[in-house]
Design a protein around this ligand. Structure first.
Ligand SMILES: O=C(O)CC1=CCC(=O)O1
Length: 92
């Protein structure tokens, strides 16, 4: 099943710069891992926002929740999930 996920990032403003960099490095490593596993199909920055639009391919809502909550920045995300279905006019 495909899911469109919007993640708005709300990092604490007083986070130590070194901790912040470590958090970003861990986030990137986990995102790359999920992409290599074929679970995380697309990752796009939302122009003008500290937010992304992502497409996940998961077998269930529970798996999606598990993957999202495995992202190190999960505690700092506001997440909106839109499950996707086939469009009858789509050629893909
Ligand atoms: O949008 C961001 O910067 C947060 C994020 C989610 C996955 C990733 O690599 O970064």
């Amino acid at each position: 099943m495909l899911y469109c996920v919007r993640m708005e990032v709300n990092l604490p403003r007083d986070l130590d710069p070194e901790q912040l960099q470590q958090l970003k490095d861990r986030e990137k490593a986990r995102a790359l891992e999920l992409q290599h596993q074929g679970k995380f199909l697309h990752l796009w920055r939302v122009v003008g926002r500290y937010a992304n639009i992502s497409i996940f391919d998961c077998s269930s809502n529970d798996e999606l929740h598990e993957l999202l909550s495995s992202l190190p920045m999960f505690p700092y995300f506001d997440i909106e999930v839109t499950p996707l279905a086939q469009h009858p006019s789509s050629i893909k």
